[in-house]
Design a protein around this ligand. Structure first.
Ligand code: 1CP
Length: 358
């Protein structure tokens, strides 16, 4: 972007938006809100586009990426867009043979087992993901003052799909490799960190206003194992972006025991799932970081008075943090009524803009 990266951002531009201000722990006119998986199957307009286009193909067509990314911004009035893509997109661009299978998720043709398998994951350049570069550039124009979030999967979560060959509840094969061949594990995660860092740099150069590193499944590990096997690699990604000029968000599920360590990985904002109240999370993460979260996505299926009470509680607990971005504790469920999401955005804005001069 053209915003002055060292000084104050252009007034009114995306870098001066409530979302980016909250990430940077600056005063905000209202608490910003967006939803993980806000683009997706909860929206009929998304299902219509995707009816005839496979998932990975839709991620590689800039005009579809742009349209799908804009849908929840138009419909809900969220404070940020998130690029429509998937965490396996850069891994496929790096040469791994995989597909996203409807009803299952990512499926890898030949799961990673050996050093030779790791070597076949090539470093990527902008040309390998030119469709992402193009989509981001289009979106930045279309979005105007609304910030666009870029994202990537963190090394552990990517490694889990590559080693298991698909989604896993226990991550047993992944842990077997991690405990059984530590050198190979670090080689794999080192290579994935390079791919992820390159992928995020492409998005930043194309103009995203923030990035989120998803380590969705890191909560499967103890803190000691997280520190030994995962933290160095996530730190390599996040610290590689320290001078990139955009806030970095780091998120995982089931991470109550890992919040301190995840904060140490170098993010500006730590995402929290619904299991840990935001005031407790703020204390665990330590000073100098904003928090993001943390409404249980299942609460959106409850009657409105329940939703409203939970939104109030989360705003009150989030006020303990030096910056709060309202979000869910994980992604929107496909069965969610989109009108409830729109109401939540309006409610967060209304309740938080009443709290003046805190
Ligand atoms: O047919 C469909 O609609 C496919 C469902 C789908 C969608 C909409 C998948 C397959 N990926 C996506 C898009 C997607 N993936 C986004 C879009 C932007 C937005 O949030 O609006 C994002 C950020 C992701 C990232 C992603 N993919 C993560 C990290 C976030 C999280 O939810 O934890 C993970 C773990 C994936 C893997 C994945 N891709 C798709 C599925 C069904 C899964 C999960 C499978 C599993 O249970 O392991």
């Amino acid at each position: 972007g053209t915003a002055a990266r060292d000084g104050e951002p252009r007034p009114g531009g995306p870098a001066d938006s409530p979302f980016i201000r909250a990430c940077r722990r600056r005063p905000v006119p209202h608490t910003p809100v967006w939803f993980m998986r806000q683009a997706g199957r909860s929206l009929p307009e998304y299902r219509e586009i995707r009816a005839s286009v496979p998932m990975l193909e839709s991620c590689r067509r800039p005009e579809l990426v742009t349209e799908i990314t804009l849908q929840p911004v138009r419909r809900h009035g969220v404070d940020a867009a998130i690029l429509f893509s998937d965490i396996v997109v850069p891994v496929a661009a790096a040469g791994v043979d995989l597909d996203i299978v409807p009803g299952t998720g990512p499926v890898v043709a030949e799961p990673i087992r050996t050093a030779a398998d790791v070597e076949r994951i090539r470093p990527i350049t902008r040309d390998d993901v030119s469709y992402v570069d193009e989509a981001v550039r289009q979106l930045v124009v279309e979005l105007g003052d609304t910030p666009l979030i870029g994202f990537a999967g963190a090394p552990f979560t990517l490694a889990s799909y590559l080693v298991e060959g698909g989604p896993s509840r226990t991550h047993a094969k992944t842990k077997a490799l991690m405990y059984g061949d530590e050198a190979l594990w670090h080689a794999l995660c080192g290579r994935l960190a390079e791919v992820t860092l390159a992928f995020l740099r492409v998005q930043i150069e194309a103009g995203v206003s923030a990035v989120q590193l998803f380590d969705s499944w890191a909560g499967a590990l103890s803190e000691a194992d997280y520190r030994r096997y995962v933290l160095p690699h996530s730190t390599a990604v996040l610290s590689g972006l320290v001078n990139a000029g955009v806030p970095r968000i780091h998120f995982g599920v089931g991470t109550a025991e890992l919040l301190g360590a995840m904060g140490e990985a170098g993010a500006d904002v730590v995402g929290v799932d619904w299991r840990t109240p935001l005031d407790v999370a703020t204390h665990r993460i330590g000073s100098g970081k904003a928090v993001q979260g943390n409404l249980d996505p299942c609460v959106l299926l409850a009657p409105w008075p329940v939703v409203e009470a939970e939104v109030r509680r989360i705003l009150a607990q989030g006020a303990a943090a030096p910056g709060h971005v309202f979000n869910l504790g994980h992604g929107v469920l496909p069965e969610t009524d989109p009108e409830v999401l729109t109401r939540v955005v309006a409610l967060v804005h209304e309740l938080s803009s009443r709290r003046v001069d805190q």
